[in-house]
Design a protein around this ligand. Structure first.
Ligand SMILES: [Mg+2]
Length: 315
């Protein structure tokens, strides 16, 4: 299927690796794909060089410029609104300040330094004092950008409050949400990747494991998308997805990229018909109840996990 696209924007966790180890078939399939790839992550807690090291250790021949973080996307979108050289309050880990510096801004750490914008990203050392500085700057009129609004951050000990939770804390103080969000499902991260790749968004395939971020983001950016069932979401989630979170393709794993896409009509029509039925259901009917035989069919096909991609969205 990859020959239908000029480039790929690929999510990382749940697609390329899970924690440290590679997802089965991911590395060899991406190597075999043979078109340019940007690896795009909402998680800005590691700098691109650390992510690049991880990918190279897994066997992918990438350089650090192949990694796109939501901190970089925040700096990229900020440069469309604010002159280079402006002072910007950097909240988060070192990745936020580094991305701002690389984009020609001057990162500062206090509202009294009169920043014209605030970029708020995740950092394990962010304190209530930092959040207060962000609130003061926003109250004084600074443009407020969030790198992402993921509410949770999975850790070895459980779910920690993610950047979205810290954004809500600032929002509770200032009485509104951020002016711009850089990460998925908002479009800046994907559009920055398309610009780096030098192709139109419509020529890019976005790959991910989460419907409400990776796939919905692809819709917003005007990209077709592939949901792989190696991470967060399964076929049941895809069946019940709202229209804006429905992928173009569904596959068990990344072997789909280099697989033949003809001869696979049954599952495509089963999932497509289920979606159509849900969309056409009369108001008040129970659209959450999926036809059991349809779901059993879809699950049986995906349990086989032969790597075959299934085109499920027609437009
Ligand atoms: Mg993921």
């Amino acid at each position: 299927m990859v020959d239908r696209y000029a480039a790929i924007v690929c999510d990382l966790d749940g697609v390329v690796y899970r924690g440290d180890p590679a997802v089965p078939f991911a590395v060899e399939s991406l190597r075999e794909a043979g078109i340019p790839i940007q690896f795009a992550t909402n998680n800005a807690s590691r700098p691109p060089s650390a992510v690049g090291d991880h990918l190279r250790r897994l066997g992918l021949e990438v350089d650090d410029s192949s990694v796109a973080t939501s901190s970089q996307a925040a700096a990229w979108v900020l440069s469309q609104h604010v002159e280079a050289g402006a002072r910007v309050l950097a909240i988060g880990g070192q990745g936020v300040a580094d991305a701002l510096t690389d984009a020609g801004f001057v990162p500062v750490s206090a509202a009294d330094e009169e920043p014209v914008a605030v970029v708020q990203g995740y950092g394990p050392a962010v304190t209530a004092t930092d959040l207060a500085q962000a609130a003061y700057a926003v109250e004084r009129g600074a443009l407020w950008l969030a790198t992402n609004t993921d509410h949770t951050l999975p850790t070895a000990s459980g779910y920690a409050p993610g950047n979205g939770a810290l954004v809500l804390a600032v929002g509770a103080a200032v009485g509104r949400g951020p002016d711009l969000v850089a990460g998925k499902p908002d479009e800046p991260l994907y559009l920055m990747c398309a610009e780096r790749l030098g192709v139109a968004p419509g020529e890019v395939l976005a790959i991910g494991d989460r419907l409400e971020t990776d796939i919905e983001g692809a819709h917003h950016a005007g990209m077709e998308s592939l949901l792989v069932l190696t991470g967060v979401h399964g076929i049941r989630d895809a069946v019940t997805a709202p229209p804006q979170a429905r992928p173009t393709w569904v596959a068990g794993d990344l072997r789909a990229l280099v697989a033949d896409v003809e001869s696979l009509e049954p599952i495509a029509s089963a999932l497509g018909e289920e979606w159509n039925a849900r969309d056409a259901a009369p108001t008040g009917s129970d659209v959450a109840r999926v036809l059991p035989e349809v779901l059993a069919f879809l699950e049986a096909r995906h349990v086989m996990s032969d790597g075959a991609p299934q085109r499920v969205r027609s437009e």
